[in-house]
Design a protein around this ligand. Sequence first.
Ligand SMILES: O=C[C@H](O)[C@H](O)[C@H](O)COP(=O)(O)O
Length: 253
Amino acid sequence: MAAVLSPIEASKQLAAYTAVDTHVLPEHKLIGIGSGSTVPYVVDRIVAQGPAVNRDRVFLATGFQSQQLIVHAGLRLGDIEQFPELDVTIDGADEVDADLNCIKGGGACHLREKVLAEAAKTFVVVADYRKNSQLLGTNYAPGVPIEVSPFAMTSLLRNLAALPLPPVAVLRMARAKAGPVVTDNGNFVVDAVFPDGEMRDPVALLHKIKLLTGVVEVGLFCGIVKAAYFGNQDGSVTVKKEGGEVSTIAAAP
Ligand SMILES: O=C[C@H](O)[C@H](O)[C@H](O)COP(=O)(O)O
């Protein structure tokens, strides 16, 4: 018997299934798989397309979690060095604004995620309705994830504090380990809550943070997303597309 999903899980699944059905076509052979709690549903739906179509596909991972998902699903794992150009990458998101700018990195994977997003002809994000917002920072409270070289962590905190509109910034600590979260690249993550004024221009903010010494990557994804799929509580899916088009696919009867 199929497990009964909670409303949030059901909306993640709905978003993931709809995005895969729309964007992962039989002719797509190189596919990036992102990170987070929505992505397992992406992999499930791809597996459901069947062994015949998946046999000659290669899947690239944004980190340890998606690598495990790919391998355990019996799909072929590839490397960005071998396959620098992908047909499509599907990933989760922490928050998506009206212009398809995103906060990503709640799972500390945003460096590799951005590499696979930029490598893809089509980059799509999937999420539940809580991530759909007008202004970044409205629903996702921890702030902008900033991956930083460990040696530069203290100086980054000082440099952030010295900005004209400084954020409240903290080193992300691990939950079941003493000490900080360490990324798949061996770096630390600083979470920085910026004033609303700064969040209104994510592109400018991204550039400002990226210039600070020791910053490896910033969890602001700007101008990369082609479409975002949000599963809603009523079983419908809201689709936001590059260019501003917003539509809702009605719930199945
Ligand atoms: O670093 C993690 C990623 O950016 C995730 O895609 C993001 O945190 C969303 O994850 P979830 O779907 O679990 O909310």
